[in-house]
Write a protein that binds this ligand. Structure first.
Ligand code: SF4
Length: 452
């Protein structure tokens, strides 16, 4: 996963990009970067780590002058965690400086990359994003936008992407609109972001979503739009509503918080927990879910787990004992709330199940009488090929275990998931409006193969 941010026509473009990336830090913590355009040139600052680490020196903004900028926070799904893969990536195409930031994942990247290499292309990074630039460089066309339009016909998968040149900002979204992408306005400036929480921070207005298959070009003459793919069935990633996007964002034309609460209400109806005393969340991502569940089930919502917000990425501990302890770095229990209680723990999803297993042990050690786990999404049984960093099928707990087996593995007294129908009903959209492939195996874009 990644987060992207673009600004056109503001004298503080790079500072606004920095703030917009800050708001979207949850979308990627591996690296961050900003590219600005000024007087016919592009300037970049990027690095590995959080936005606050990469941009810790105010002087870096002296280099990032100009009225337009794009930014990127990275979480690798294709291409290893390496400084050279941190976006936005920079290139020269026919001596025109060009930079690209991409959220999503191309499903035919390996095939296209191999073919480009056979034709002599030399790649600077191991990202799928770079493929788009190589394709663009080989295409004919009057403008960069024309060439990009042609290049995008040769890739498949999920992309919300931003390209900056010295004169223009280009935004494009894949035909199914798998990843979110929003357009906003701040006085005379246009803003683009993965999530609207970036606009809120800047005091900007949300105008609309970039349409699936749409390309926007913003230049001194204003904003130009073109539908570069025929309108087709959107297949927005439902996992953005379940977990990934911030609850204060509006994505896919809906408030995340509203949809997430609906998930939890339906979950409470489908999976009640008779005999339970209280509901707690796994902070922070399931706070909204737990609140919604508690209200619907008429149970008290309590803060039973405290999250340490200062824990960054922890290394892989060498022994199982230390690995088990590592969850304590992140969470601690509030014994007074939990002791002798029958507790419903609401979480948004189970991927590997390792954290939940450790949390259950922690809760039981705090004197909890019974643990009922309720999950605000269906079992994740299939990998994601569109940019969500899920492990392979063999590592997904639900891939080859029944719910009864999973209940035994995570050692809880009961386990209940939201159904796929319940999840889709919560959105109010028709059943094909969302991608649900990691739950259903129904992939909207064929995961592998050459799409030329
Ligand atoms: S497979 Fe799952 S995580 Fe991936 S895009 Fe589809 S719904 Fe989202």
């Amino acid at each position: 996963m990644c987060g992207i941010m673009g600004i056109y026509n503001n004298t503080e473009a790079s500072t606004l990009a920095y703030m917009g990336l800050y708001a979207q830090q949850h979308r990627g913590q591996e690296g961050a970067g900003i590219v600005s355009a000024n007087e016919g040139k592009l300037f970049r600052h990027m690095g590995q780590g959080l936005v606050s680490d990469v941009f810790s020196e105010p002087s870096v903004f002296d280099e990032l002058q100009g009225n337009s900028a794009i930014g990127h926070v990275r979480y690798s799904t294709t291409g290893e965690s390496d400084r050279k893969n941190v976006g936005p990536l920079m290139f020269n195409v026919d001596d025109i400086p060009i930079s690209i930031a991409h959220n999503g994942n191309l499903v035919n990247a390996a095939d296209v990359r191999r073919r480009l290499q056979q034709e002599g292309a030399i790649f600077q990074t191991s990202t799928d994003t770079e493929i788009i630039i190589h394709l663009l460089a080989r295409e004919q066309g009057k403008t960069i936008a024309d060439r990009l339009e042609r290049a995008l016909q040769k890739v498949a998968g999920a992309y919300s992407l931003l390209i900056i040149t010295p004169d223009e900002l280009i935004a494009a979204r894949d035909p199914h609109g798998i990843r979110p992408f929003c357009l906003g306005r701040l006085k005379d400036a246009y803003l683009l972001a993965s999530e609207t929480c970036a606009f809120d921070l800047l005091g900007a207005d949300y105008l609309r979503d970039i349409k699936p298959g749409e390309m926007l070009v913003i230049d001194p003459d204003g904003l130009h739009t073109k539908q570069i793919f025929p309108e087709t069935q959107p297949r927005h990633c439902i996992f953005e509503h379940i977990y990934f996007s911030r609850p204060d964002s509006r994505i896919f034309d809906e408030n995340v918080d509203k949809i997430r609460r609906k998930f939890s209400k339906i979950l409470a109806d489908e999976q009640p927990a008779p005999g339970a005393d209280i509901v707690i969340s796994v902070p922070d991502s399931s706070n909204t879910n737990a609140l919604g569940y508690a209200r619907r089930a008429n149970l008290k919502y309590e803060i039973g787990l405290i999250r340490n917000h200062y824990v960054g990425r922890t290394f892989i501990f060498p022994s199982q004992r230390l690995r088990d302890l590592s969850v304590k770095l992140k969470f601690n229990t509030v014994r007074g709330v939990l002791k002798d209680r029958e507790v419903v723990v609401v979480d948004d999803s189970i991927v590997r199940g390792t954290t939940l297993k450790k949390l259950t042990r922690l809760l039981k050690a705090s004197g909890v009488k019974k643990v009922h786990v309720r999950i605000g999404s269906p079992p994740v049984r299939h990998p994601c090929f569109y940019g969500m960093d899920f492990p392979t099928e063999t590592e997904l707990l639900a891939a080859d275990h029944s719910e009864a087996e999973m209940q035994a593995i995570i050692a809880v007294d009961s386990l209940g998931y939201l159904s796929i129908d319940g999840m889709l009903n919560a959105t109010g959209a028709d059943k094909e409006h969302f991608c649900t492939a990691c739950f259903s195996g129904n992939y909207p874009v064929i995961p592998k193969g050459d799409h030329d």
